[in-house]
Design a protein around this ligand. Structure first.
Ligand code: SF4
Ligand code: SF4
Length: 194
């Protein structure tokens, strides 16, 4: 269940941080002057800060049409992604920069930083290991639907039908609700004022 290499909120008690064990030379044991203002030039965290530029939390794996709709809705939002880690767990990710990340890409509240930050190990992060933390990741609905088609063809077919039906229902409802004619219901002159 643990989310390898990502600063995400996984199961309780297994919180994954940048800065833990940062050493003056690479990669010596846990030592660094606090507060963290400057990093040794050769340290991988130098000028990085990538792990302080998003938050992610685990979500239930989607199984129903409504769940798929939720995934599509999530990733229809700018800077929101959904990914599946190597254990098959699903996460929602928001690309947003921590207020405490300094211009030098260090932590402005190093001593007081949240536990999730201090538990995150720089020598296991994606940059250091050069390994992706996710098996699949979607930032646009079409990416997710393509994944569905390839990985869950039955669910994809069902979802296509579900979507078709939904759209037909909406079209029928709006056709009923709309008065006839393009300017029906408007007094002469209203259309020009609109
Ligand atoms: S090297 Fe890894 S731990 Fe260090 S700042 Fe970059 S992403 Fe975070
Ligand atoms: S509190 Fe510090 S270590 Fe944690 S995300 Fe913000 S800048 Fe990064």
């Amino acid at each position: 269940m643990q989310n390898r290499n990502r600063k995400s909120k996984p199961e309780a008690g297994a919180l994954p941080s940048r800065g833990n064990g940062v050493a003056a030379t690479l990669p010596e044991k846990d030592s660094l002057e606090l507060p963290l203002r400057v990093l040794p030039g050769a340290h991988p965290c130098q000028a990085c800060g990538a792990c302080c530029k998003y938050i992610a939390t685990e979500i239930d794996a989607p199984t129903s049409m409504q769940d798929y709709e939720h995934i599509v809705w999530y990733i229809s939002h700018r800077d929101v992604g959904v990914y599946i880690d190597w254990e098959g767990d699903w996460f929602i990710e928001f690309s947003t920069v921590c207020e405490h990340l300094t211009e030098a890409a260090t932590c402005g509240i190093y001593r007081e930083r949240p536990r999730i930050c201090s538990d995150f190990s720089w020598n296991e992060c994606e940059k250091t290991t050069q390994e992706s933390a996710y098996r699949d990741r979607f930032v646009r609905p079409d990416e997710f639907v393509a994944w569905l088609e390839g990985k869950r063809p039955k669910a994809f077919a069902k979802y296509q039908k579900f979507r078709k039906k939904l759209i037909e229902k909406r079209e029928a409802a709006s056709a009923q609700a709309l008065p006839e004619g393009p300017a029906a219901g408007l007094e002469s002159g209203d259309a020009a004022d609109a």
